[in-house]
Design a protein around this ligand. Structure first.
Ligand SMILES: Cc1ncc(COP(=O)(O)O)c(C=O)c1O
Length: 409
């Protein structure tokens, strides 16, 4: 464990980790079972197009979430696009900017304008108090994002949607296995969309799911996911190809068998981070509501430079040099990326909380490939940097001007 700043890799010391530690290294369940399923699907030669594994996967997800309909997808981005189209969204849709770019792009891809709303600095989620001011005659809906798996202000958004006759859907990419008011995420708004991308705690390589309790909407989404085919040779809508493949469903079924184990690992890691960072000035670890189900996937740290004496960016650089690949999720915010930034170059002014948070937040490694020993070391590195921030500042500037090649451990 490093205890003097001269040993930091960014200043020329040995890296703390010989292998990179990723934020979202994939969890893999029982390999034998996975290979068994892959052998099965190869024997069947039914590789895609609503095969038996996809059907079983959809049923298991629907049962787990207690939701009426689940349509498995090739990824969540296409899921969001299809859900938005099936809902009839057009014109303008209100979304947070503090999210992964896919939330905004899924709208813009079909010429729907995402209108960015600021967030509540405590929850990091869309601030319902700011939504109403953004509603115009062109607004058709709201997309809430359950960022970090923590449910956004669902009831407040439902109330606004009802009052203005707007559609409401949720980007639940982070929130598989999470609940709100005792009900699993997946049951709120008209439709919710999960991501099962490899970086998510539960993955199908690439994949996602659109879930809804509205049977009619589910039927439309299912058709749109398969080119609009109602039957062989009969297309009744414009559709696309959003289908999940059998091999992805095989991975998903295998992951579902180990879901409790994945969540338990994340939860234990969260507790280790909390203990390791306790009392450190200006370093706040986001918490999860203990009375609800959570997947505990995202280890989110907010760095307040005025108290920690060090910026989030310097901490990220220090950790990267040690092979801890902390991420600046979600920097710089959708509004600061193309095509949105060209359209509204001064959007930061209207999104002060988003702008502030994008400069403060970092995400740390979690999952079954990370354990207490690694977390102790990561926390010790952060402590070292914060506790010696004054001495460190000038050395970091020198190191930035003439980067050192750190020795391999
Ligand atoms: C909030 C959010 N929405 C949407 C997506 C898109 O998911 P996918 O990669 O499955 O298309 C992601 C992916 O990381 C995400 O974090």
């Amino acid at each position: 464990m490093k205890s003097v700043i001269q040993h930091l890799a960014i200043l020329g010391g040995q890296r703390a980790f010989s292998e990179p530690l990723h934020v979202g290294r994939p969890n893999i369940g029982n390999r034998e079972k996975l290979f068994e399923r892959i052998n099965d699907l190869l024997d069947r030669r039914w590789l895609t197009n609503n095969g038996p594994y996809v059907q079983e996967f959809e049923q298991r997800i629907a049962d787990y979430l207690q939701v009426k309909n689940c349509i498995a997808m090739c990824n969540a981005t296409v899921g969001l696009e299809i859900a938005a189209r099936a809902l009839g969204l057009q014109g303008e849709v209100i979304v947070p900017s503090f999210t992964f770019i896919a939330t905004a792009h899924a709208l813009q891809w079909q010429e729907i304008t995402p209108v960015f709303c600021d967030i509540d600095p405590l929850t990091h989620n869309i601030d319902p108090l700011r939504v109403e001011a953004l509603i115009t005659p062109r607004t058709t809906g709201i997309i809430g994002v359950h960022l970090w798996g923590r449910p956004c202000a669902i009831e407040a958004l439902e109330e606004i949607a009802r009052r203005y006759n707007l559609k409401l859907m949720f980007d639940a990419a982070h929130a598989f296995g999470c609940s709100h008011a005792g009900r699993m995420i997946g049951n709120f708004g008209q439709v919710e969309v999960f991501s099962f991308h490899a970086t998510k705690f539960f993955n199908t390589f690439e994949g996602g799911a659109v879930v809804t309790n509205d049977d009619e909407l589910a039927g439309r989404i299912r058709l749109m996911t398969n080119f609009g085919f109602e039957d062989t040779d009969r297309v009744i809508y414009i559709g696309t190809n959003g289908k999940m493949s059998e091999v992805s469903a095989a991975m998903g079924l295998t992951g579902l068998d180990s879901l409790d184990e994945f969540i338990a690992a994340n939860r234990a890691n969260q507790a280790a981070y909390r203990a390791g960072l306790a009392g450190l000035p200006g370093v706040r670890l986001l918490d999860y509501n203990p009375t609800e189900s959570n997947n505990y996937q995202y280890v989110i740290v907010e760095v307040d430079e005025t108290l920690s004496g060090i910026t989030r960016d310097d901490l990220v650089d220090i950790l990267h040099a040690e092979n801890v690949l902390a991420r600046r999720y979600y920097y710089p915010g959708c509004h600061a990326m193309e095509p949105y930034v060209s359209r509204l170059p001064a959007a930061d002014i209207h999104l002060p909380e988003t702008a502030r948070l994008t400069r403060r937040v970092m995400s740390l490694p979690n999952g079954t490939t990370v354990g207490a020993a690694e977390i102790d070391e990561i926390c010790a590195l952060i402590r070292l940097a914060v506790n010696h921030s004054q001495e460190l500042q000038p050395l970091l500037r020198i190191a930035a001007a003439a980067p050192v090649v750190c020795s391999q451990s």
